[in-house]
Design a protein around this ligand. Sequence first.
Ligand SMILES: [Zn+2]
Length: 148
Amino acid sequence: MYAIAATDPPLLFNKFLATQRGIIGAEHVAQVICQDNPDFETYLCRTCEYWNTPGAMITHLKSEKHQLNHMRKKFKDQFHKIQVARKRNRQGLIDQYIKYISLVEIPKIEKRMKAALNVEILLKIWPKFLQELDESWKNFEGMKIFFF
Ligand SMILES: [Zn+2]
């Protein structure tokens, strides 16, 4: 794993994250590119040891499981308060902390890994990869132009 060079073109995924609210813990996510086809990008959340396509990673980053895992590691006080909160206050606390953390963190992927597998092997171990590689999230730039 290595840092994505500042001279590299900015990740479209990062541009997308910048348009989203409430994303936390993105700094522990690495882009994984296939050795022989960099267009086949997937993402690995090192906090949760979760590896999936970009679309699924967006869903993952917004999931309570990821949010709590991130807080358990980096925002221990807040995590503890959620753990001891009454059930009816729990969601409100989570929402409040997500709002706060997403303001102090810049949601940005800065690490890249090269998968030790080539496309042929990737498709063997992940036969549905191409079906699951939903590219619809990439349309956000066009949508922005449409809505603003
Ligand atoms: Zn995660």
